[in-house]
Design a protein around this ligand. Structure first.
Ligand SMILES: NC(=O)c1ccc[n+]([C@@H]2O[C@H](COP(=O)([O-])OP(=O)(O)OC[C@H]3O[C@@H](n4cnc5c(N)ncnc54)[C@H](O)[C@@H]3O)[C@@H](O)[C@H]2O)c1
Length: 309
């Protein structure tokens, strides 16, 4: 195709996609049926991992729950059974350990079967500014928040590819789209998670495996305890999110094959401005929105709390 024809095709398709997106705003896309699907959630022992498990339980799925917190996953499994999950299997798995991920994944394949919806949710934050963070905690953050996604994909993607059916979900963060003062290792790990998930999604599209979907979730601070003490300067524009709301939006995004989910909505505009404005304006906007100093309250609060790690 020559330059003129290809450009014309892109312009017409862009117009069509925008019209489609405009109507999608008012008429939500049809939800897919996930009854009978095998859903694996890492970090399911608490927070939004647990809440996602309970939502999927109500949709008639088979649940596979992973965490390092034995009591936490046991409790999630109990609640999920009450909610109507067909079957619930839970496993202790330290996602920061590649060999453990591969060995528990083999056990899952033997005992449960192929995973068709994989949700990489386990996450940690060191709670230390970059120069204060010991190397071991920085490495752990990268291993749990980023590298674990590589190993779980390697373990479960082959079956999805063979069936041309599946869904890869990455619970990242807006800290994976915009750098945050005081969260260097966490941001690096979440940027890594976003880049990895987006690239594999594109690789799948390029190989014609359109039955394997990707959803990348980037929420602002959520009221789960992970960032206890973080405050927001403008609660209407950038609210601290409620876990129930976040999970409702994630489930909706998965069921409608939405590729990117940013929360709150203002983050779509903020991330677009971040890449288009000049640096001085970006940092002015960061100060105005309170993105530059919000974690200071978190660090003050951390010194009052027992250590998480
Ligand atoms: N809370 C927030 O403000 C916020 C904002 C954006 C994104 N997120 C992301 O959402 C996800 C869930 O966070 P949450 O707020 O529910 O926090 P949470 O601390 O309640 O849940 C995290 C879970 O991961 C588990 N986990 C930690 N290390 C693990 C390991 N090595 N192997 C297996 N499991 C492990 C924990 O035991 C815990 O159950 C995380 O990836 C987090 O980075 C959280």
């Amino acid at each position: 195709m020559n330059f003129f024809l290809e450009t014309l095709q892109v312009l017409i398709l862009s117009l069509w996609y925008n019209i489609e997106a405009f109507f999608r705003f008012f008429i939500p896309a049809k939800r897919k049926n996930v009854a009978g699907e095998v859903v694996l959630i890492t970090g399911a022992g608490s927070g939004i991992g647990r809440l996602m498990a309970l939502e999927f339980a109500g949709l008639g799925t088979v649940l596979v729950l992973w965490d390092i917190n034995q009591e936490g996953i046991k409790e999630t499994a109990r609640l999920a059974k009450e909610r109507g999950a067909i079957r619930v299997h839970y496993y202790l798995c330290d996602c920061s350990d590649k060999n453990e991920v591969y060995s528990v994944a083999d056990q899952v394949k033997r005992e449960v079967g192929d995973v068709s919806i994989l949700i990489n949710n386990a996450g940690i934050v060191t709670g230390k500014k970059f120069m204060d963070a010991p190397d071991s905690l920085v490495e752990k953050t990268m291993e749990v928040n980023t590298m674990a996604h590589f190993w779980t994909y390697k373990a479960f993607l082959p079956a999805m590819l063979a069936n041309n059916h599946g869904h890869l979900v990455s619970i990242a963060s807006t800290a994976g789209l915009v750098g945050v003062n005081g969260l260097a290792d966490y941001c690096a790990s979440k940027f890594g998670a976003v880049g990895f998930a987006e690239s594999v999604g594109l690789e799948l599209l390029a190989t014609g495996k359109d039955g394997v979907k990707t959803t990348i979730v980037c929420p602002y601070f959520i009221n789960t305890g992970m960032f206890d003490g973080c405050q927001t300067k403008w609660p209407t524009l950038l609210p601290i999110l409620e876990p129930d709301y976040v999970v409702r939006k994630i489930i909706q995004a998965i069921l409608t094959d939405q590729v990117f989910l940013l929360m709150p909505r203002s983050m779509y505009l903020i991330t677009a401005l971040r890449t288009t404005l000049n640096w001085k304006m970006t940092s002015l906007l960061g100060d105005y929105l309170g993105l530059s100093d919000r974690v200071d309250h978190y660090y003050k609060n951390l010194s009052l709390l027992p250590k998480r790690h």
